[in-house]
Design a protein around this ligand. Structure first.
Ligand SMILES: [Ca+2]
Ligand SMILES: [Ca+2]
Ligand SMILES: [Ca+2]
Length: 654
């Protein structure tokens, strides 16, 4: 596969390369330290033994405690979004999910609104735009070798976005037929148990326990081994502790069954004990901790070939965090509990976005902590600074986060922008998932304000009072309290200014909802002229006119057109899911449901699901679009002057 990347990277890359030729010495490990981002999926703020509030975390995370003792723990760290893809896109581009219009996980999925809901979410493209400068591109331009291991989830594969080494394996998180038995054994072909014993230690296992082989972890170590002659940037993204809840580690599962007073092996069916007592979730959390321990152990034991007498651990920064808050429940199974935080994944409340974050590396005070507001969007500029890397000024000005390296180095006790102005707030934009979740939010000082789209009003909570915990649970909405009127006004103005400055896409009116006081535009005709490959649609002149329109390239129209609308929707969602799995599993995984479909080889796959703006006729009643030869089908997406979003049926481009 080869996907075209825009030329402006190459220009800057070439300049950087020419500059290198005139440099007398290659950069040293002190000048260009290695970077490891260790990213966990759906791990909550209270799911590690570092941020204990109220009930202590029962999941054993000895390596995270060790990492916190070696570096800095961030007690108020946030993910860019309450779900996977936007947070991942945020880290890798350094740009706010609202700005890059990648605000949820439904990539390339057309989701017409339900009849009961007044609003409908914006459409999300099937992958991150290919012309964006990624952190991997930036590091590569500056002489780094770049590696991505594990979950990607922003479309296509990580190879398309600047990574030299890619293995998107699920490792030990591959599905099992029956999670209550058939645990890994010492002579297991795929998951042999280690000879080495690791924590946790218990009466039953006084020397610790063995862990099954994890391809994801081993692949990360392989990358570091192959890359250590150069500076390296490694993005390790576990598929755990996301659903499905399972483990291949029988001893570890038994350890937690004993700890939580449950039978081992567990009975089939959902785990329903309240709070933090799911032995599968506990096992996955400890497995992720073990994986981190393996990587740190490798860094501690391995000489840095660029720095005589030093081990890699002395020349490497590790950023540990999670892509969103904990998912508390799935169907009837209780996974974990974000208490005292409100809600979890898929909600912009504290439970959905406050995440564990620890950074360790050269110059960071051991066992330190920082209580100010930080966001994973800060990683891009911070990593550039720590590695003395340069990118073009126009790329630099696109970054949404701030360089927190002065905080890491202990030089200051607050985060500032490039002009020295202190950071006061962070914001989130989640125009998805119906009335309960569809909100934007801003956190400043003691307060958190939400803008609710369905009810078109605000909520205000006072999490702290003068820095001390007050309503971290977000129970007391103060938005209508006269005493807080000014706070609501100030924060609402700031939030709205951020949304505007980032050109955030707002929810639209849903044409399927019946109780609107105005009507959507009516699609009058759809035509395709095959010689010029020109598609055209018109709306009824009696209604409202077209404000904006897009064409979205699609696959397999004939098959789709025969079926009902709801079936089409289900099928498209399933296909998107399968395609995501197939891409994410790098084609090597036998559990991949769609093995024939390799990333990039499918017909026009980098175009499918991407929306292209089309020109609206002067009278606002029609649009035309030229459909490329490699595109088999398309649909129009229409936004009208009354604020409705609607889609045409899929059309064949024949
Ligand atoms: Ca707790
Ligand atoms: Ca996630
Ligand atoms: Ca809870």
């Amino acid at each position: 596969m080869f996907l075209k990347r825009p030329k402006h990277f190459l220009i800057f890359g070439t300049l950087a390369f020419v500059a290198c030729l005139f440099t007398l010495q290659p950069a040293t490990a002190d000048e260009q330290p290695n970077i490891v981002i260790f990213y966990v999926d759906d791990l909550g703020w209270q799911d590690i033994e570092v941020n204990d509030l109220d009930d202590p975390c029962p999941y054993e995370t000895p390596n995270l405690k060790k990492l916190a003792n070696a570096g800095m723990n961030f007690t108020q760290a946030y993910s860019p979004a309450p779900t996977c893809s936007p947070s991942r896109a945020g880290i890798i581009t350094g740009q706010h999910p609202a700005k890059i219009k990648l605000t949820h996980v439904d990539l390339g999925v057309v989701k017409p609104g339900r009849g009961t809901e007044r609003l409908v979410a914006p459409y999300l493209q099937s992958h991150l735009e290919l012309d964006v400068l990624t952190l991997a591109d930036a590091m590569k331009q500056n002489g780094y070798r770049t590696g991505h291991v594990g979950k990607w989830h922003v479309g296509l594969t990580s190879e398309s976005y600047g990574f030299d080494f890619v293995n998107q394996t699920r490792g030990i998180h591959r599905s099992v037929d029956d999670r209550t038995k058939n645990f890994a054994t010492a002579d297991d072909k795929k998951y042999p148990l280690s000879k080495e014993k690791y924590e946790p230690v218990s009466d039953k296992n006084p020397n610790g326990i063995s862990y099954p082989h994890d391809e994801l972890t081993e692949s990360a170590i392989q990358f570091m081994g192959e890359s250590k002659d150069k500076p390296f940037f490694l993005n390790v993204c576990h598929w755990m502790v996301h659903w499905p809840m399972l483990t291949r580690n029988g001893e570890l599962l038994e350890h937690y069954c004993d700890k939580f007073g449950q039978p081992f092996p567990p009975e089939k069916g959902d785990m329903k004990l309240p709070g933090q007592q799911n032995p599968y979730f506990a096992s996955m959390t400890t497995s992720v901790d073990w994986s981190l321990g393996r990587l740190v152990d490798y860094l501690e034991k391995t000489e840095d070939p660029r720095s005589t007498g030093k081990k890699l651990i002395e020349t490497t920064y590790i950023f540990f965090t999670s892509d969103n808050g904990g998912a508390e429940i799935r169907g009837k199974e209780i996974l974990s509990d974000n208490a005292p935080l409100k809600f979890g994944k898929k909600h912009p409340e504290e439970g959905g976005i406050r995440v564990p974050m620890i950074v360790a590396g050269p110059g960071i005070a051991k066992g330190s902590h920082f209580d100010g507001l930080v966001n994973q969007l800060d990683y891009f500029p911070t990593i550039l600074k720590l590695t003395q890397s340069k990118i073009a000024p126009e790329n630099m000005s696109e970054l949404s986060g701030l360089d927190i390296s002065p905080v890491l180095n202990g030089a200051v006790d607050h985060v500032t922008d490039a002009k020295g102005v202190e950071r006061k707030h962070l914001f989130w934009h989640f125009p998805h998932n119906g009335a309960d979740a569809m909100k934007s939010a801003i956190r400043q000082g003691d307060f958190k304000l939400y803008k609710r789209y369905f009810s078109d009003d605000y909520e205000l909570y006072r999490l702290y009072i003068d820095g001390k915990r007050l309503d971290l649970e977000e129970k007391n909405d103060l938005a209508n309290d006269e005493a807080y009127k000014t706070i609501v006004e100030i924060l609402a103005a700031k939030l709205n200014a951020e949304l505007k400055a980032n050109n955030a896409e707002m929810p639209y009116l849903n044409p399927a909802y019946k109780d609107h006081d105005k009507d959507p535009a009516t699609i009058a005709s759809l035509d395709f002229e095959s010689t010029q490959r020109q598609a055209k649609f018109s709306v009824d002149g009696g209604g409202t006119a077209i404000k904006e329109a897009y064409v979205i390239y699609q696959n397999e129209p004939d098959e789709l057109k025969k079926e009902s609308r709801s079936k089409v929707k289900m099928k498209e969602e399933r296909r998107a899911e399968r395609a995501a799995e197939s891409r994410n599993q790098n084609g090597k995984d036998p559990t991949s449901v769609n093995e024939g479909e390799q990333p990039g080889t499918a017909h026009g796959s980098e175009l499918t699901g991407m929306k292209q703006p089309v020109t609206v006729a002067a009278d606002g009643l029609s649009v035309t679009a030229n459909i490329p030869a490699e595109v088999a089908a398309y649909r129009f997406m229409l936004i009208d002057n009354n604020g409705f979003l609607q889609y045409s049926e899929v059309q064949t481009a024949k």
